[in-house]
Write a protein that binds this ligand. Structure first.
Ligand SMILES: Nc1nc2c(ncn2[C@@H]2O[C@H](COP(=O)(O)OP(=O)(O)OP(=O)(O)O)[C@@H](O)[C@H]2O)c(=O)[nH]1
Ligand SMILES: [Mg+2]
Length: 440
């Protein structure tokens, strides 16, 4: 029997309401002790919460969920009390002295949900992402994972792998029986090739998921004094970076987070690129180049058309570069014949909306997708890659016998199962008997 655990499940105190959660076999006793009676399951009841001496600690809404119909799959309770520090501390202290009760460890409620089959690993990771989601796209992606949509896709694939193995087993074991159609296994290879395609397509979406989760990295680069830090400050609507008319002001990398069209964007300000003898500036430029290497998009700034040319940054060649002419409030004519993507002034805000539109064009186009079923974690990717490799091996081994091919399909299924944490119990015979009338 597991311990009964408790914790404050809501956010920082003080707050209007605090939610204290209890889960485990002693939950109903805990409620009897604190509230005098057990509310009907899933019905909120206003109760006084008392300590051992009968003194009222607070009044609040009490909810009871009986196993297995709860988040953790165990008996659970929620005390919705006033979110004052002393109130919460007094209730937690009271819980602490009840025998068999202990404070929950980080993630322990979710771990119990997993152990009791309430959530799989993808759903739990989705829940973590949902709680930390800051942009609309992050929320949508996390929602897709935490609600089990992605798990359904993986489970469907796992079923097809199991089915394919079952067909092979049937062919191997019962080929001489009448009611197994000949060469059943042949039919499954078409499906395995199709599955391979589906998993590859799914993996292709990982780049989009990474942008949604980690944000699009946009680096502001250019010659000294081009107005890089001014642009960062303007977009942040705060004075974050030091701005002076001295070329070579910025040395350290500064970054801010923005939300652009629902996506997270990380914007980096860097040291102006030039040849210099100043040691500190040299180090700043080295860091700037490293940051440019990591960029998804580079905003190349210059306050004269020659500024782009004089940079000669060969490292930029492979990135999407947006050429931004700056300070047009004072030098519009300069740009008459220049090739430039957008002209801006951080003083008058001219061109800034246009710049943001151009950036938004570089965000993934999700208009056709109402479901974001994308792999988000390295863990998912590596399991999916192993699954693909194993299916590939199975397809390639046709001359070595069905049993070897089936073994690779088993490995593929295991790799897939590791994503959700549900490595299937051998269900082959079940599939065989449901589809054939063997041994009747
Ligand atoms: N008129 C005008 N001046 C600007 C504009 N943007 C920046 N400046 C000025 O240009 C100078 C340099 O601006 P910064 O933002 O520090 O330039 P930087 O590219 O960060 O320079 P380094 O950090 O030295 O590489 C400052 O004096 C700014 O006030 C603008 O849109 N219009
Ligand atoms: Mg600067």
């Amino acid at each position: 029997m597991s311990d009964t655990i408790y914790a404050l499940s809501s956010g920082a105190l003080p707050a209007g309401v605090a939610v204290i959660r209890v889960s485990g076999p002693f939950t109903s006793e805990v409620l009897l002790k604190l509230c005098g009676s057990l509310p009907l399951p899933r019905q909120a009841k206003l109760r006084s919460i008392r300590n051992r001496n009968g003194d009222v600690l607070d009044q609040g809404l009490v909810l009871y969920f009986n196993a297995p119909a709860s988040f953790t799959g165990e008996d659970c309770a929620e005390l919705q009390v006033h979110g004052g520090r002393a109130v919460v501390n007094a209730i937690l202290a009271e819980l602490d002295v009840i025998p068999g009760l202990r404070h929950a460890e980080a993630g322990e409620f979710s771990r119990r949900a997993f152990q009791n089959g309430k959530l799989d690993l993808v759903e739990i990771e989705g829940l973590v992402d949902l709680i930390s989601a800051e942009t609309e796209m992050q929320r949508r992606l996390a929602q897709e994972h935490s609600s089990g949509h992605l798990s359904k896709i993986y489970d469907g694939w796992a079923r097809r792998l199991t089915h394919a193995r079952a067909m092979i087993e049937a062919e191997l074991d019962f080929a001489d029986e009448d009611d197994v159609p000949g060469s059943v296994a042949e039919k499954i290879w078409a499906d395995m090739r199709a599955l391979k395609g589906e998993i590859s397509d799914h993996l292709d979406g990982a780049g989009i998921a990474e942008i949604i989760r980690d944000g699009l990295k946009i680096v502001i680069a250019g010659e000294p004094n081009a107005g890089k830090s001014s642009l960062l400050n303007h977009l942040a609507q705060r004075d974050i970076a030091i701005v002076t008319d001295i070329a070579g002001t910025t040395r350290d990398i500064l970054s801010i987070d923005l939300s652009l069209a629902g996506f997270r964007v990380q914007l980096f300000d860097t040291a102006g690129l030039r040849n210099t003898d100043d040691k500190v500036e040299q180090e700043g430029i080295r860091r700037a180049r490293l940051t440019i290497d990591q960029a998804d998009i580079v905003l190349l700034l210059a306050d004269t058309p020659d500024g782009f040319v004089s940079l000669g940054v060969s490292q930029l060649a492979e990135k999407p570069i947006i050429r931004v002419g700056t300070k047009i409030d004072r030098s519009r004519l300069l740009w008459d014949k220049a090739t430039v993507d957008v002209l801006i002034s951080t003083q008058t805000s001219e061109g800034i909306d246009r710049l943001l539109d151009i950036l938004a064009d570089h965000l993934p186009d999700l208009s056709g997708q109402n479901a974001l079923s994308l792999p988000t974690r390295k863990r998912h990717m590596s399991c999916l890659q192993q699954t693909l490799a194993a299916i590939d091996m199975s397809l390639a081994q046709s001359n070595r016998g069905l049993d070897i091919q089936a073994e690779y399909l088993r490995q593929a299924g295991d790799s897939l199962g590791r994503i959700t944490g549900r490595v299937d119990v051998e269900d082959l015979l079940g599939v065989i008997f449901s589809e054939f009338c063997i041994g009747k």
